[in-house]
Each structure stands twice: as structure tokens, then as C-alpha cells.
Design a protein. Structure first.
Lengths: 479, 235
């Protein structure tokens, strides 16, 4: 092996993420990392097969893209439909939509932290991979695992109490909601709030302890600077449901503020690459080479000036202190940002459930096709999501563009795995835990590559060393 | 008029001459699966779900189009019938593009109910995945050929109840399609009165109003028979 010119390490499949992917790590002649690539080897085709459908079907078709963030797709979709119809949603319908969206955010963040990521913090990167998952967590820390599962349940129960279904619920309609929130459901949901706040705070304590004990690792873990995109309210507050776009550069300078999501094509362009089905979006004014940006919890908190709710605001101030007035670039802080958002979401859910209007019957306005183009945007758990539809004069879709959060993080994920691989991977001395750190960089982004594939560390992982001709020289297998 | 004695599933019944086997079964709460039958319009025996076994006949006959005769011995729940019902149901699903998860009629669809009733847990036949037209040209309604099972309930209700005869059928075999007027876009039809009866008659999500989303579909096919009964009272 000493006379090899180049070798490649392949991590396939990447585990404990949503979907299927693999990582290739290219080694140079000295066994050091020269490059790393994140391949997404699934093809879905939604943009194409939705052509020819009626635009009003999109709030039901597009949530099937994902079993974790279906509500965000419905919300972006109904907003695009409302633009086509030229209507505004009914007041209460809009409140209920916001509540369901928050529920999904709580559920998704609970899944990401407690089910998928916390085994790394609590059981350790060097723990047996067969046990480094939610089941292993339940064995050693049953109380934490149960609380995580219940937090996820709370998020899903919001949807179930309103629409009758936990996932892929119907009823999110152009103009508002098809179903109201009953007083009985409101009372049942509000009982969850104290427990949900406690659980998120428990998660924050676990994470902060890990931060304290692994300060250098956390600070330097895939910390390359990038641009950031997120949605903010009128006063710069972090916002998930409505709001305008804010782009920030790596030094914290605001490049665009209060940009209407309808202008997204002026800000973002996409390019295809030959090693992945995921496109490479970039910030248009800076071009492909310099314009890669991040979305999701870390980006949203970096661009935001404040949080809307008091407990989350306190944590937000601690988070901001990490960057010393600049954006926080460390990819590991995605987890921290995610939990702060979860806290904010639970607090906002309490506000909404205490709003006397939430159970009123003013749930839907009605419209019809008026304009040939609709653009909708929402903040999915993994970042900013855009739906863009062009129709003919009967409402039939001619063109669909879906710009999904994980896609926008794709260039940054590639950068992060390269950073981490260079830091931790030594091709001359490979250990399973070393490769898990590379995977872990991807897991920070909580990427959702398809609809709710839960691997939870049980899938086999093959690490292949290949020479420049593609011949496998050595294989390490995780069973 | 003297009633006829017939036997259904080993029980004796008295029924009026001229009635179909299906009518008699429905009167006595004997379940017969149907898709193309719609009370209020003429039966055509298109779907082949209501097949029954009649002693002395080798062929299965459709209950909706077969009149009772004296001393007829009918079986509605034999293994042979169940086998054909399952085959027929699977062929419905395999022939066009039925995706319940994203269909506007999800939860209110007779085809979906049928799948549950016959215990369809998989489909043994290759899907044809035909390229089907979605006609959105009507200002209020959509016709989606992907979800059509060719029951022709819309054709019959439009002709026999509304008297417009906008809907008809073209081609044969797996290329058969429902057409509007002489195969023109629905929105350009000069015969359609936009009454919406075809939407009520449709058992699936093939015909639906543009204004609704999944969860808001309310089908009331019984309205067709009610309308016909009220007309009899007026006349």
C-alpha cells in the first residue's frame, strides 16, 4: 500500500440521518485527506411529476416529500397557492397553521437531538456503534430517552388533535385550515407545556455539559465560516412561519434584510454537480465559488436579532456570546441552536393555545385562480424552504421549483466533512470512531434526504480504501 | 302480482318479478360489492364486482343486470366469487394511477373502501402506469383520468338525470377514456350545464371541485336517486 498514489475512503451508508447518502474521503499519497465528498444517491423527481397537476393539490402532494417536515411543505405550498389566488388566510386558520407548524418543529428537533444525536454525547463517540442509538440510550438513560420520545409525541399530538393525523395530515388549505381547533383539544394540548419545557431544558443541560467537557472539540468542529440565510420578523426576531429573509455574511454584516421571499431568485441560484443528486445552491451576488451559505437553526439564530419568547431569549443571549458579536460558525452549535428553537417553539405554542381566537370558527377564506405564479416560503426544521409554481390559466402546473433546506446546506455540508476529515481522519490508521466523527458533521445539519428513513446506527457501514484505479485495497465493515 | 320464491345463500326469499338480484339482496341487507351501480340510473354491469353464482349456470352473472326468476338459487359469497372480486379490485388499481395518499378523495373514495373490503394488501399484476390527461379547463371542476375506473356513472347521470349528455366514452380496452362532448376540453363543452351531478356520482377522485383540498371532499351519490324519486312525484 505504500506505493499507492491516491486512495479513497467511502462511508456508505451514512447512518442516523433522514435518507440515504455516502461519503467519499480522498487520501493523498501520504495517507492524508485531500478532499471529501457528500453523495446523495436518491432521486425523487417531485418537481417533474407534479407538472400537469392542479396547483391546489400541491399542499397534499408535496408533504409526501418528507415524513419529518411535511407541515413546512404544506405551509410553503399553501402560501404559493394563496399568491396564485391573491387571497390572505383567515385569521384563526392562520393561527392554527402556525401552531401545527410549531408542533412539527418541536417533534423534528426532539427527534434530531434525543433520538439521533444525543447517543453521541451521552454514550460517547467511541461506544459500540450497535449501542450508540436511541435503544442504547434507553438502556443506560431510560428517563432521558423516554422524555425525548414524549417531547416528540407532544409535537405530533398537536397535529393529531387538529387534523386527526400525526404525520401527513390533511386540511392545511389555501385560505387557512379545513379543520378547527376544538376547546377540548386546546385544553389537552396545553397540559403538555410544563413537561415539554422541562424536557427541552434537560436537553440543553446535557448539551452544555458536553460543551464544557469538550470545549476545544466543540469550538473547532467544522468551523469554517459561511454566509447565513434565515427568516426574521419585522424587528429582526427569529421567525419560523411568516416573515422576511435576511442574508448575513461570515463577519455578521447583513447583506439583505427584510427581503420578500418572492424575490428569492434574485438572491439564490443553483448548480448541479456530477457526484450527487443534490443540487448546489449559492448566494447569487457572490457567485458559485464564494456564495455558499447555510440555513437551519444555526443560520436562523445567527441572522436573528432576538427571540420572541423569554426563556429562549435568555439562551439566545448565551448563544450570541459564543460568537462575540459575530456569527457562530462551529457546526456543532447546530445542536445548541436547535434546542433554543425547540424551547422557543414550546413557549410560542403556549401563547397560541392561550389565544382566545384559536378556537374560533374563522378558519378559511376561499379563492380561485387569479394569477399564473405563486411563491411560498416557510422555515422548515432544517432551514428555509421555497415552493415556486407556474400555472396555465386553468390552474394546471407548468413548472415547479422546490428549493429545500437540506439542498441549501449541501455545499456547507461538503465543506464541513472535509474540515472534519482533515482534522480526524488518518488514512494510515483508521478507526471506526474516527469515521463516526465525519458522519457526525453531517448529522449536525440533521439532513433530511428523503422521507423519514430512520437508520439509527443499525445499518452496516463499509469503509473502503481504493487505489487510484478504483481497486479496493482494504475494507473496514461496521455491522 | 305474485311474488317469486328465490334462494340466496341458502335462505328463502319472496321477491317481486322484474327486480334484479342486486335489488333483492340490498332489500334484505345481503352485501354485494359494486362500483358501477348507482341507484337512480340504469345499470350496465361494467365493473364485474357484483358477480354471483347461480345454480345450473356455469358462468358468473352480474347481480345488477340479472333479473330474478322463480326458484333461482343464488350464491353471493363463494370462494370463487371472492377470488374474482379480489382480482377485479387489483386490476382497477393496476390499470391507472391511483395514489390514495395524495388524492383529494382520500377517506371518501369507494375504490379505497373496496380495497379494504376485499382485503387487498398487495397487487399481483404489473402496473400499466398509463399517461393520463388531467382536464382542468372547466372553471370549477377537474377531470383526472388517472383516477377513473370507467364505471361510467358520470356518463349515465349526465345523460339520464341531467339530460345533457356531456360525458361519453371513446376507444376500447385499456385505451378507453371518458370524454367531454366530442373529445374537447371540458371547459369548452357546449352541452355541460356545470350542474355537478357527475361529481356526486363519481366513486373516486376522478371528478372533483377545484375549490377543495383533501379532507374537504363530501360525496353524496344518494342525491341522484332522491332527485329521480322527486321527479316521479312531480310527474
Amino acid at each position: 500500500m505504500d506505493n499507492l498514489v491516491k486512495r479513497t475512503i467511502s462511508i456508505s451508508p451514512v447512518t442516523r440521518i433522514e435518507g440515504h447518502a455516502k461519503i467519499s474521503i480522498q487520501l493523498d499519497e501520504n495517507g492524508q485527506v485531500s478532499d471529501a465528498l457528500f453523495h446523495v444517491n436518491e432521486f425523487r423527481g417531485f418537481e417533474k411529476f407534479c407538472e400537469g397537476r392542479m396547483y391546489t393539490e400541491m399542499p397534499i402532494i408535496t408533504p409526501r416529500i418528507c415524513g419529518i417536515c411535511p407541515v413546512s411543505h404544506s405551509i410553503a405550498s399553501v402560501k404559493a397557492c394563496e399568491m396564485i389566488q391573491g387571497i390572505q388566510p383567515a385569521y384563526t386558520g392562520n393561527l392554527i397553521r402556525r401552531l401545527i407548524h410549531i408542533g412539527q418543529n418541536i417533534s423534528s428537533h426532539a427527534l434530531s437531538f434525543f433520538h439521533l444525536s444525543s447517543p453521541d454525547f451521552l454514550l460517547g463517540y467511541d461506544c459500540d456503534p450497535a449501542k450508540r442509538n436511541i435503544l442504547g440510550l434507553a438502556e443506560q438513560y431510560p428517563e432521558i430517552a423516554l422524555r425525548g420520545i414524549r417531547l416528540r409525541k407532544f409535537g405530533q399530538e398537536i397535529s393529531e388533535r387538529i387534523t386527526g393525523k400525526k404525520v401527513h395530515s390533511g386540511g392545511i388549505a389555501p385560505g387557512g385550515m379545513a379543520f378547527p381547533l376544538t376547546e377540548e383539544a386546546r385544553k389537552a394540548l396545553i397540559k403538555w407545556i410544563p413537561e415539554a419545557i422541562e424536557t427541552v431544558q434537560l436537553g440543553l443541560n446535557i448539551l452544555k455539559k458536553f460543551h464544557d467537557e469538550n470545549f476545544k472539540f466543540v469550538q473547532t468542529f467544522a468551523a469554517s465560516p459561511t454566509l447565513y440565510l434565515g427568516t426574521v420578523g419585522p424587528d429582526g426576531e427569529a421567525e419560523l412561519y411568516d416573515g422576511k429573509l435576511r442574508f448575513m455574511d461570515a463577519d455578521g454584516t447583513i447583506l439583505h434584510d427584510q427581503a420578500d421571499p418572492k424575490t428569492y431568485l434574485d438572491l439564490i441560484a443553483e448548480r448541479s454537480v456530477d457526484w450527487s443528486y443534490l443540487k448546489y445552491p449559492y448566494y447569487k451576488p457572490y457567485g458559485f465559488e464564494k456564495g455558499f451559505y447555510r440555513v437551519g437553526p444555526l443560520a436562523r439564530l445567527n441572522v436573528a436579532s432576538k427571540m420572541k419568547t423569554p426563556l429562549a431569549q435568555r439562551e439566545f443571549e448565551d448563544f450570541k456570546a459564543l460568537g462575540n458579536g459575530k456569527p457562530v460558525h462551529g457546526t456543532f452549535y447546530y445542536h445548541y441552536a436547535r434546542l433554543i428553537e425547540a424551547l422557543s417553539s414550546v413557549e410560542e405554542a403556549e401563547w397560541l393555545l392561550n389565544n382566545p381566537e384559536i378556537t374560533s370558527g374563522n378558519i378559511q377564506t376561499h379563492g380561485q385562480w387569479n394569477f399564473p405564479e405563486g411563491i411560498g416560503c416557510s422555515e422548515a426544521p432544517r432551514g428555509t424552504l421555497f415552493h415556486h409554481y407556474i400555472t396555465d390559466e386553468t390552474g394546471k402546473l407548468l413548472k415547479v421549483n422546490l428549493l429545500i433546506a437540506t439542498g441549501q446546506n449541501n455545499p456547507a455540508m461538503n465543506r464541513s466533512i472535509t474540515d472534519v476529515a482533515r482534522q480526524y481522519v488518518d488514512g494510515n490508521n483508521m478507526k471506526e470512531s474516527m469515521l463516526n466523527r465525519v458522519e457526525s458533521a453531517i448529522r449536525c445539519y440533521d439532513p433530511c434526504l428523503s422521507c423519514s428513513t430512520h437508520a439509527m446506527g443499525s445499518m452496516p457501514m463499509a469503509i473502503e480504501l481504493k487505489n487510484a484505479d478504483g481497486m479496493i485495497i482494504k475494507v473496514l465493515e461496521r455491522i | 302480482m305474485n311474488k317469486l320464491t328465490i334462494y340466496i345463500d341458502d335462505k328463502q326469499f319472496q321477491a317481486e318479478p322484474g327486480k334484479s338480484i342486486l335489488e333483492v339482496c340490498r332489500e334484505h341487507d345481503i352485501e354485494i360489492l359494486t362500483m358501477c351501480h348507482l341507484k337512480g340510473v340504469n345499470d350496465v354491469g361494467a365493473c364485474r364486482l357484483c358477480l354471483v353464482e347461480i345454480e345450473g349456470m356455469s358462468k358468473l352473472l352480474s347481480a345488477c343486470t340479472t333479473k330474478i326468476t322463480a326458484n333461482m338459487v343464488i350464491h353471493t359469497k363463494t370462494e370463487r366469487i371472492k377470488k374474482y372480486q379480489r382480482i377485479t379490485t387489483e386490476l382497477f388499481f393496476a390499470e391507472r394511477n391511483h395514489v390514495c395518499a395524495v388524492c383529494v378523495a382520500n377517506g371518501t373514495c369507494e375504490l379505497q373502501d373496496l380495497g379494504y373490503k376485499v382485503g387487498m394488501d398487495h397487487i399481483r399484476y404489473p402496473f400499466l402506469f398509463p399517461k393520463c390527461e388531467v382536464d382542468t379547463s372547466h372553471p370549477w371542476y377537474v377531470m383526472d383520468q388517472n383516477r377513473c375506473i370507467m364505471c361510467t356513472r358520470c356518463v349515465r347521470v349526465c345523460n339520464e338525470v341531467e339530460g345533457a349528455h356531456n360525458w361519453d366514452v371513446k376507444n376500447r380496452g385499456y385505451q378507453v377514456r371518458i370524454i367531454s362532448d366530442f373529445d374537447t376540453p371540458w371547459g369548452e363543452s357546449i352541452t355541460c350545464t356545470s350542474c355537478g351531478k357527475c361529481l356526486q356520482a363519481c366513486p373516486t377522485g376522478a371528478l372533483w371541485p377545484k375549490a377543495i383540498v383533501q379532507g374537504q371532499m363530501k360525496k353524496n351519490p344518494e342525491i341522484i336517486d332522491e332527485l329521480m324519486e322527486r321527479r316521479k312525484m312531480i310527474l
